[in-house]
Ligand binder design. Structure first.
Ligand SMILES: *Cc1c(COP(=O)(O)O)cnc(C)c1O
Length: 222
């Protein structure tokens, strides 16, 4: 197994030109693959599973910025809080409060993104608009001192219909624009995490500031 260096250089240049951050999604891939990309200069890596992240991180350089992009269970928060740069998949107030609590224990402020459900598919995680409003109302009333919400994350439907994908990305961008103008303590909107191997150009065309790319860099997952 090895990484696709040509694809990495091409994508990296494309993203750098546009000022978009590349998170290399290394789930299920061996530490040797991550090190290979690290040696080409990559520092932001994304993992989906707590156990896998806990196994890999200690074997790799300490200046890697780990992004947790998977679905995070409340009872696992304490395991990853000391380790991660950004938690992308915050999809409930309960989870946000637990991150706040664990970050406080480590005397740090943990950066998070709220994951919104933008896809038509029922299977994808994320807050709907009503749940988002409830969560925001809560943090307006009780600001969380050890988390900072840096933006939003979303996944488009798995479909070949680019019109549908575009519409979903736009809906996320619209919500981010709206929240930018609200003055909510502990919330800013500088990151819009959207786009994967199959749809990142479309995400970039619709305001993405961070893309999460796995298979184009590391090859297909089995
Ligand atoms: C696996 C995964 C990715 C990367 O997917 P590719 O299609 O391999 O680029 C991006 N985001 C999330 C949330 C993922 O789970």
């Amino acid at each position: 197994m090895s990484v696709n260096k040509e694809a990495y250089y091409r994508i990296k240049q494309e993203l750098d030109t546009a000022g978009v951050t590349l998170v290399a999604v290394s789930k299920t891939k061996p530490v040797s693959d991550i090190r290979e990309l690290y040696e080409l200069g990559q520092r932001d890596f994304g993992e989906n599973y707590v156990q896998e992240l806990l196994e890999k991180a200690p074997q790799l350089p300490a200046d890697i910025r780990w992004h947790f992009i998977g679905h995070l269970q409340t009872n696992k928060v304490k395991l990853i809080t000391p380790l991660v740069q950004l938690i992308h998949g915050v999809d409930s107030l309960k989870l946000l409060q637990e991150i706040n609590k664990q970050a406080a224990r480590h005397s740090r402020v943990t950066d998070c993104l709220l994951q919104l459900h933008i896809a038509r598919e029922e299977t994808k995680f994320g807050l709907d608009e009503k749940e988002l409003e409830e969560l925001l109302q809560h943090i307006r009333e009780t600001s969380l001192t050890h988390t900072h919400i840096r933006g939003l994350m979303g996944m488009a439907s798995f479909t070949a219909d680019t019109g549908v994908i575009q519409e979903e990305f736009r809906s996320l961008q619209k919500i981010a624009d709206r929240l930018k103008n609200e003055n909510i303590p502990g919330l800013s909107m500088e990151i819009l995490s959207m786009g994967m191997s199959s749809d990142y150009p479309l995400a970039m065309a619709n305001g993405s500031t961070l893309v999460r790319i796995g298979s184009l860099l590391f090859g297909e997952r089995s």
